[in-house]
Design a protein around this ligand. Structure first.
Ligand SMILES: *Cc1c(COP(=O)(O)O)cnc(C)c1O
Length: 402
């Protein structure tokens, strides 16, 4: 495809480049024949949920893949975090990053715990361990790190902080399946880690998640808690809830997991294509990763420089008009969302890095529904828009006037 002229941009009246929208987190669908076989088998068995053979098989496959002692399959990562917080008997305050999806903060607050928002590192976007240490009070019971964008947190620093301050340490690993830090898979860090297999995550079970831990005791408690505290027929030994994964979800999870290498390859190919194309656009900085980390690359994270010819929001608008559903993750920051924003502490808090990232970061589509050619087209659109910023801005203003 030849490079679009400014007139060809959809915001300037041209035809959208992608009639079928491209999404950030467009689902990876694995081998549907394998999925159908599993669904037929589960219907024949009439064992639809309650730790059926597919859930057991998925849990086993996950522990094998990660080399971790236990993986407890759950209905989704948010409820998984809630159960995890209960299993760890958290109370009072829990330190969480402000720059992330709102689920971890909400999961804590849902239980009556108080999320204490910590700023993140400007380069890695993960929780700043030094700033977290400064937030510890006598009421703090835990630190919850998020391996944002699939990039492992500074686990050594957080482990040292947890040890020294006698805190529990858990991780939201929703983005980080198959990621590793210095040769150790995410799933081994802290007391436990919670993965998400939501449809938008690169390995998916429609809805689903898993709690990974190397503690036998925690695994046992988690298993009781996700099933109403049942320790056998008619025997309830704990307060519990229903956080079980269904067999249908496990069927999809297994089918997805079989393709994990293929998904990783596509993500790496698309990341390389973005890196190549964006090299000539210094205003758009693609996130890079430490050579010691293995990252699943399920997010294409671009920092739009403050002095760029078009702002992040303007570029997102240009792309949406083309059918490219770029996202402003995680605008405006968890501390600026309700119910936290109404708390005077967060209304006046200065979380400078989080707030700057919320203004500058956009994520671009990748995954198996995005071809390398599509990446080139997306980058050509960005290049054209930036080269004709004045005209684009005029067109955007006209659109807003309707
Ligand atoms: C997706 C996501 C979650 C929630 O996962 P669900 O399985 O949808 O509940 C939690 N944390 C982060 C960082 C996420 O991106």
């Amino acid at each position: 495809m030849s490079k679009p002229t400014v007139r060809a941009l959809a915001v300037c009246g041209g035809t959208p480049a992608f009639p079928a929208p491209l999404h950030v987190g467009g689902p990876n669908v694995g081998d549907r024949r394998r999925l159908h076989e599993r669904l037929d088998a589960l219907l024949d068995r009439r064992w639809l949920t309650n730790r059926g053979p597919l859930v057991q098989e998925l849990e086993h496959a996950l522990t094998q893949y990660l080399g971790v002692r236990h993986c407890v399959a759950v209905c989704n990562a948010t409820v998984g975090l809630e159960v995890a917080a209960r299993a760890l008997a958290l109370r009072g305050e829990v330190i969480v990053p402000a720059y992330t999806f709102v689920a971890p903060a909400h999961a804590l607050r849902w239980l009556g715990l108080e999320p204490i928002f910590c700023d993140v590192d400007p380069v890695t976007h993960t929780i700043d361990a030094k700033k977290a240490a400064a937030l510890v009070t006598p009421r703090t019971s835990a630190v919850l790190g998020v391996h944002l964008w699939g990039r492992p947190c500074d686990v050594d620093a957080l482990q040292a902080l947890a040890r020294d301050a006698h805190l529990r340490l858990l991780f939201d690993a929703a983005h980080a399946f198959a990621s590793a830090s210095n040769g150790t898979f995410v799933g081994h860090f802290g007391d436990l880690e919670v993965f998400s297999f939501h449809a938008t995550k690169f390995v998916n079970a429609f809805e689903g998640g898993a709690v990974a831990t190397n503690s036998d005791e925690l695994a046992e408690r988690l298993r009781l808690m996700i099933n109403f505290g049942f320790a056998g027929y008619d025997r309830v030994v704990e307060l519990g809830t229903n956080a079980k994964m269904s067999e249908m979800s496990a069927a999809m999870g297994l089918t997805s997991l079989e393709q994990v290498d293929a998904f990783l390859e596509v993500n790496a190919r698309n990341y390389q294509a973005y890196a190549r194309e964006l090299q000539s656009l210094p205003a758009l900085r693609l996130m890079t990763f430490d050579p010691g980390d293995r990252v699943n690359l399920q997010y294409i994270v671009v920092d739009v420089a403050r002095g760029a010819a078009l702002s992040r929001d303007e570029l997102v608008e240009v792309l949406w008009a083309e059918g490219v559903r770029a996202r402003r993750y995680f605008h405006p920051g968890c501390h600026r969302m309700e119910p936290y924003a109404r708390d005077p502490r967060w209304r006046t808090a200065q979380l400078g890095v989080t707030e700057a990232l919320c203004e500058r970061v956009m994520t671009l589509p990748t995954g198996t529904s995005v071809s390398a050619d599509a990446v080139t087209t997306i980058c050509d659109l960005l290049r054209t828009a930036l080269e004709h910023a004045t005209e684009v801005r005029r067109a955007l203003a006209a659109r807003r006037r309707g």
